[in-house]
Design a protein around this ligand. Structure first.
Ligand code: HEM
Length: 683
């Protein structure tokens, strides 16, 4: 470590040791602390694993100005980086646990420390849309290749009576030789780790072919605004494995978004062919997804002033949105933001997502036990809350059965219901019991014969993949380890159980358990341990990708496409584009879409510490346009109808007709895709 880095380390270490808590400092100092951390983690916590195929084979970016189906040809120095089937990287050295895979037994850990006793929810902070969103992202970024070897886990007698499965079988994670001396074996990511919308488009050309219509660049979508299905009843989308209706509705929404972008581009540039329209629309849709995640979802997840500033700075830079929208990217990463940097920055390590990233995203406790279905034909109650019709067990909303149920419930009812329900909290004793007996799926969405207990499998996977246990994990991230259980939590019941399961050996504490037990920072829905991994990886997803840096411009995205990204600030903007009646009728007028809407607070941005948020970083509280203004851009269907808003795009479009500017080619105008509507939403 260089002298400067040692000094920087001592600063953050001193803050941590002082017990003040970096999150209690004034915003400016919090940001300095986080900036130091990011520098250190970028230098010491990015570890390359293996060699991507065709290492060192470069190419000219101008020849590939689009996202390829399998993620290759993004990094101009090395075409294989971030491709389907590339290695998971690491944030820290692996810790071999082959002799400790069952210590303590994963079924014991799951039963005594994870299993939900009574639902603990996130209160006002996060709704079920937010939980679905992060799963939608996971299905864009990561999935491990399995081997053909099966492993069996058996419940020890002490917990067997409380385990939904007394034993179960699953496939081992496939270990592959890396060809490298340092880390000899690694695991392969069967999704593309870039932020390229692969949950919508798939991770290779054959999956992409399934979802495209090959007309006007568009993707397949059913008349009711939901995913189309094949003859087996399986949904047609980029990724359908281990999914449920929450994810499926988001996939359908972003297919509508993609198709609306195609319409806009075709209107503006009639000479673009199907392939060109698809490529541009994919770039724009992926950027919209990344932007929503960065400046909408994450600031709800980490609801503090510092993170609001931090995340908006990642996108817009300290100079802020207004400046960037007017003058473009000026200055480096801090002034101008990561997005639009002159060239990508991978900090000397080829881009990948990591094993540790996978581990901190094991957030199955976000899921509730039931989805509360709301009546969107009722008269809205206080805070626009619709009355409850029924509660449906989550287990009935996954896979093929879930899709059948969704076609009865409909998009709008599902979205409104998810929006009005808080999701589960990432705490001990809150892992959904129904996930302890589920049918896992193959890549093609078909069911496997053996049920699994996901809670214990989550524990097993981290050990199998050599992810360090909690204390070592924190040490590798320059964080303080714990020396006794009271350092972790004040919860007496939890401490007793930790004693019982880990025999007082804090070094054996599993990462997932430690993160759930950890005292949370005020405003954070996740643990500080997980947050430190996010800090590095959230920035990396943007700054290492040429389509968010050197190729984030009008030339590559088209002028219209680039404007589309600029004017989209939140999930609400996207929902409003396609379902304005639904938003006006059932969702509150604040900007953020991830709070349980019936509980939403008046403010659209976090102020837990009442400290200073620079003006350039304050999101404008966006008021919805007047109904008249919004609906004049929509068709005349009744808003009480489940299908009222949707603009389906299943069939090939009719031949282009001359249209007045501002109309889609189906004769229906899209709310925010046109200039007059944009002003309602853009800052
Ligand atoms: C109905 C909802 C869900 C179902 C049925 C489901 C099911 C599964 C299954 C079967 C696995 C593979 C287990 C294995 O073999 O290792 C898995 C992995 C995973 N899930 Fe979920 N899950 C759901 C929701 C979520 C949510 C909300 C998150 C939140 C981030 C999430 C994050 C993950 C992660 C990070 C992995 C590991 C992926 C990997 O190994 O590469 N899942 N899930």
């Amino acid at each position: 470590m260089s002298l400067i880095d040692r000094i920087l380390f001592l600063i953050i270490h001193g803050v941590d040791k002082s017990g003040i808590g970096w999150h209690r400092l004034p915003v400016f100092l919090e940001l300095v602390y986080l900036a130091i951390r990011r520098r250190l983690h970028d230098k010491y916590n990015l570890v390359n694993v293996g060699k991507s195929s065709r290492v060192g084979v470069g190419f000219n970016a101008d020849e590939v100005p689009f996202r390829t189906a399998d993620g290759k040809f993004n990094d101009t120095v090395n075409e294989g980086v971030g491709g389907e089937g590339s290695f998971f990287g690491r944030n820290m050295p692996p810790v071999d646990q082959k002799d400790k895979l069952l210590k303590p037994d994963p079924m014991v850990v799951a039963t005594k420390l994870l299993a939900r006793k009574e639902l603990i929810d996130t209160g006002k902070q996060f709704n079920v849309i937010a939980a679905s969103w992060i799963q939608f992202m996971i299905h864009d970024w990561i999935d491990h290749l399995e081997s053909t070897k099966q492993i069996e886990l058996k419940a020890p007698a002490e917990v067997a009576s409380e385990c939904p499965l007394k034993s179960y079988k699953f496939y081992e994670t496939k270990e592959v030789s890396t060809g490298s001396y340092e880390i000899k074996k690694g695991h392969l990511n069967i999704r593309t780790p870039w932020w390229d919308g692969s949950a919508v488009y798939g991770t290779n050309s054959s999956e992409l072919r399934q979802v495209r219509t090959f007309r006007d660049g568009k993707l397949k979508i059913a008349d009711d605004g939901l995913l189309q299905h094949d003859e087996e009843g399986l949904p047609i989308a980029g990724d359908i494995r281990n999914s449920w209706i929450g994810v499926s509705t988001l996939q359908a929404l972003f297919i509508l978004e993609h198709n609306a972008i195609c319409d806009e581009l075709k209107d503006e540039y009639p000479n673009l062919d199907d392939e060109e329209l698809y490529r541009h629309a994919r770039l724009v849709t992926s950027a919209v997804i990344a932007k929503i995640h960065t400046i909408d979802w994450t600031i709800e997840l980490l609801k503090t002033d510092a993170l609001l500033v931090g995340m908006r700075t990642n996108w817009y830079g300290l100079l802020g949105k207004r400046f960037k929208d007017t003058f473009g990217h000026v200055g480096g990463a801090i002034l101008g933001g990561l997005v639009g940097l002159k060239k990508p920055n991978n900090h000397g390590v080829p881009y990948s997502l990591t094993e540790e990233f996978t581990s901190v995203y094991r957030m199955h406790s976000l899921l509730p036990d039931q989805l509360f279905i709301r009546d969107i034909k009722s008269i809205p109650g206080p805070n626009k809350s619709p009355s409850l019709i029924k509660k449906v067990d989550m287990i009935d909303l996954i896979g093929k059965n879930g899709e059948k149920e969704l076609s009865k419930i409909g998009f709008k009812t599902t979205m409104v219901s998810m929006g009005h329900q808080a999701c589960g909290a990432l705490e001990l004793f809150n892992y959904p019991t129904w996930l302890r007996n589920i049918v896992p799926q193959n890549l093609d969405g078909t069911d496997r014969p053996d049920h699994i207990d996901l809670a214990s499998l989550d524990i097993y996977r981290d050990r199998e993949r050599n992810v360090p246990r909690y204390n070592d994990f924190r040490r590798s991230l320059f964080m303080l380890p714990i020396s006794k259980w009271d350092d972790l939590t004040d919860d007496k019941e939890a401490i007793d159980m930790l004693h019982e399961v880990y025999d007082d050996d804090v070094e054996q504490l599993d990462l997932l358990v430690g993160m759930a037990a950890e005292k949370k920072i005020k405003g954070f829905a996740i643990s500080e341990t997980a947050f430190i991994v996010f800090l590095t990886m959230a920035s990396r997803r943007l700054e290492a990708d040429r389509f968010f840096t050197s190729d984030f411009n009008e030339e590559v995205y088209t002028k219209k496409g680039f404007e589309w990204v600029k004017r989209t600030e939140s999930l609400k903007d996207v929902l409003y584009r396609h379902y304005p009646h639904m938003i006006d009728d059932w969702m509150n007028s604040t900007k953020l879409q991830f709070e349980p809407t019936s509980l939403v607070s008046e403010l659209a941005y976090p102020t837990p510490n009442n400290t200073y948020v620079p003006l350039s970083q304050q999101p404008t509280v966006q008021q919805p346009p007047s109904r008249q203004q919004a609906y004049q851009l929509q068709d005349e269907k009744s808003s009480s109808d489940e299908d009222a808003d949707v603009i389906p795009e299943t069939q090939p479009s009719p031949p282009p007709q001359p249209q007045p500017k501002g109309k889609s080619r189906k004769g229906k105008k899209l709310a925010t895709s046109k200039k007059e509507a944009t002003s309602c939403w853009a800052n």
